[in-house]
Design a protein around this ligand. Structure first.
Ligand code: FAD
Length: 291
């Protein structure tokens, strides 16, 4: 299956930006059949690639990610990326995942630390950079996480940029950002990253807000700040779930088209298995491009 870096180079030659989606694998009541149906809906939109999340610290079915990635590649012929986290992992468990990914023909991996899981202690990996190094040595095309507003546990902007540059030195071929609602925050971060010598592509990650409970969770888990236009929309549609969801998707479309106009390296939408989110954001971008 195609490497994401090759897709990025092709897109640059064609003077366009990559569109990608992030989904999660079966968990709880979700089955592989549900994942197949979501993948089928997304495949019709012909994204450049789809990435599939991984449960940190063994908190979910650790095979689910690679099963869904293989399904999308084999049944829908869409390039994919498997996430992999190292929190609570040993070198041996990571070696097992690498063997599994290889056997399934997976060559794009987003290398992450993963959020701490209650009851699980860190083992052989301190930071994502340790995993990035191993995956890069093993010949994978490696993506890593970037934080325009800093990671929730990082309180210094300079340190945030230093850790980003360190991931590139460890072998990251590209970055995907944490979600954000204020594009100006991203543009400032992008400048700083470029000035610090970060030269690999940084794809922007955008997640539409779909409900009040979801946005509250995102603020606490991701540390994303809310600009006043978002606060006003939340206030306006406080008691109208359907209009709030519509406004959230429209706001994400505006963010994406503005980011596209600023020439960002790629547009990654956290669709989280909502086919309507993927369809509406993709249609907004393609109609903005006149495609
Ligand atoms: P790290 O780079 O290790 O950073 C963790 C903390 O350590 C940060 O505060 C950082 O500033 C600090 N740090 C980094 N390097 C150093 C260093 N050398 N010295 C001192 N401090 C350092 N989580 C999942 O569980 N599954 C997923 O599938 C998943 N997908 C994600 C996809 C994207 C695009 C993003 C942005 C995040 C995703 N996450 C996922 C969440 C991510 O795992 C958490 O945010 C996690 O807490 C940090 O991961 P990291 O890879 O950035 O870790």
């Amino acid at each position: 299956m195609k490497n994401i870096t090759n897709l990025q180079s092709q897109a640059r030659i064609q003077n366009r930006q990559l569109i990608s989606y992030e989904i999660f694998p079966p968990k709880g009541d979700l089955t592989l059949e549900t994942a197949r149906s979501v993948a089928g809906d997304l495949a019709q939109l012909q994204p450049d690639f789809i990435s599939v999340t991984f449960s940190a610290g063994g908190s979910g079915n650790s095979q689910a990610t690679s099963e869904v990635v293989q399904l999308i590649q084999d049944e829908f012929n869409i390039p994919t990326m498997a996430h992999l986290t190292c929190y609570g992992a040993t070198k041996d468990t990571i070696a097992d995942h690498i063997a599994d990914y290889r056997a399934r023909g997976i060559n794009n991996v987003l290398a992450l630390h993963g959020d701490p899981v209650p009851g699980v202690k860190p083992k052989d990996f301190q930071h994502a950079r340790d995993l990035i190094e191993i995956l890069a040595d093993e010949g994978f095309c490696v993506g890593a996480a970037a934080y325009p507003e800093g990671h929730v546990s990082c309180f210094s902007e300079d340190e945030n940029i230093r850790h980003l540059a360190d991931k590139q030195s460890a072998g990251a071929n590209f970055f995907i950002t944490q979600l954000f609602f204020d594009n100006e925050v991203f543009y400032r971060f992008w400048d700083k990253a470029l000035n610090a010598g970060v030269s690999v592509p940084i794809e922007v990650g955008i997640m539409p807000f779909l409900s009040k409970s979801q946005i509250t969770r995102m603020i606490f888990t991701c540390g994303a700040s809310l600009p006043s236009p978002v606060v006003k929309l939340l206030a306006k549609y406080e008691n109208d779930e359907i209009s709030l969801r519509k406004a959230g998707i429209e706001y994400a479309c505006q963010q994406l088209t503005d980011l596209s106009d600023h020439g960002v390296d790629g547009l990654h939408v956290y669709v989280m298995n909502h086919a309507d989110v993927a369809r509406e954001t993709t249609e907004a971008l393609r109609s903005h491009w006149g495609a």
